[in-house]
Design a protein around this ligand. Structure first.
Ligand code: KG4
Ligand code: ZN
Length: 341
């Protein structure tokens, strides 16, 4: 079965084709970073308009990867939420129009569940090669621009939320810290790069909610701590000072994410941990989590970066699991901005 996935929940317009078992045949992502960068964050109305302009060309590009194009597609999967409503409606409308006109089955996918399953995507493989994937159940840390949470994943349709942020998401904290430091948007990749060059001991920042008994997070205090640091010492004078602040900030975020994810594995007695979401692209997080987890016998599964950040291959795969069982959704379904409880 070959599934076309469409994703438009935030600031990437994406289309992908995935075959049985999560094999990625096409994966096209049109980023809107340049549209939103001048504002230091995503502007919903501009996102909807950019999705409108991008959605048809992005789908056409993905379909070029299979002979026969849309004729060779067996089903469609589209993100239903959570995300920006106007943005989601663009992808959903495109998917519904194709499903209706070609009489193809369509299913709607929860963006967060798709992030959790992205670890099963098989990319750029030689014939016969397979990537190691976790057995279920596994514990997953999902850290992105809009969400930061820990889940126990027992099946694609049996996912339990076991901890989440009380305020900012980890990616949002990266983006806000970068804005305060004048580093532009999105902040995660820039801070990640600078943190490698800095000395975190030069800047004192508190570890936010370090107790591993509780599996919830709070990152808004860290943003205030950066603002205070800038007030007290002035904006970093050179790249070296900037790198020190980035190193201290990244350490604080990463340490709490890593400790609590590993603590969740211990609490649930599950020796498998999956990293998901845009922040899982962070080199510090990947390294520290792997180190901490390995020391207590937990195996960490870190998907390639293209599977961590927003993409439509994960949507196609999550949809494939339902389509393959014969499930179909109706055309009169609308988007949601927040996942249902
Ligand atoms: O999952 P994603 O692509 O979109 C959402 O669903 O939110 O995540 C985007 C977030 C942004 O906040 C971005 O700054 C962050 O992921 N991010 C990173 C890195 N790459 C992207 N954060 C830390 N380090 C990175 N290398
Ligand atoms: Zn996402």
């Amino acid at each position: 079965m070959r599934v076309l996935g469409i994703e438009s929940s935030c600031d990437e317009t994406a289309a992908a084709i995935v075959e049985d078992g999560g094999r990625v045949i096409a994966d096209v992502v049109a980023s809107q970073v340049a549209v939103h960068a001048p504002y230091g964050g995503v502007v919903p109305e501009l996102a909807s308009r950019a999705h409108l302009a991008n959605v048809a060309p992005v789908i056409a590009k993905a379909l070029e990867a299979v002979p026969g194009g849309l004729d060779a597609i067996d089903g469609i999967a589209v993100t239903r939420g959570p995300g920006l409503l106007g943005a989601l409606l663009v992808g959903m409308s495109a998917g519904k129009a194709m499903a209706w006109s070609r009489n193809l089955p369509i299913v709607y996918v929860d963006h967060l569940v798709a992030h959790l399953l992205a670890v099963y995507l098989q990319r750029d493989l030689q014939p016969g090669q397979e990537v190691a994937t976790p057995e279920m159940p596994f514990v997953a840390l999902l850290a992105s621009g809009g969400h930061t949470a820990i889940y126990e994943v027992r099946a694609h349709d049996d996912v339990e939320l076991i901890g989440q942020t009380r305020d900012d998401a980890a990616g949002e904290a990266f983006d806000k810290a970068a804005k305060l430091l004048g580093l532009g948007y999105p902040g995660g990749p820039v801070i990640d790069r600078l943190a490698k060059l800095g000395d975190r001991s030069k800047v004192e920042l508190p570890l936010p909610m370090p107790s591993t008994k509780r599996l919830d997070f709070s990152f808004s205090g860290l943003k205030t701590a950066i603002a205070r640091h800038v007030e007290k010492h002035g904006a970093p004078k050179d790249e070296r000072e900037l790198a020190d602040v980035c190193a201290a900030f990244q350490h604080a975020v990463v340490e709490v994410l890593a400790r609590k994810s590993v603590a969740a594995c211990k609490q649930r007695r599950i020796p498998r941990l999956v990293l998901a979401g845009g922040v899982a692209a962070n080199a510090g997080l990947r390294a520290r989590t792997t180190q901490l987890a390995t020391s207590v016998g937990v195996k960490v599964f870190v998907p390639p970066i293209a599977s961590c950040t927003d993409n439509a291959a994960m949507i196609a795969y999550a949809g494939y699991l339902r389509l393959a069982r014969g499930e179909r959704d109706a055309l009169d379904v609308t988007a949601y901005s927040k996942s249902p409880d």
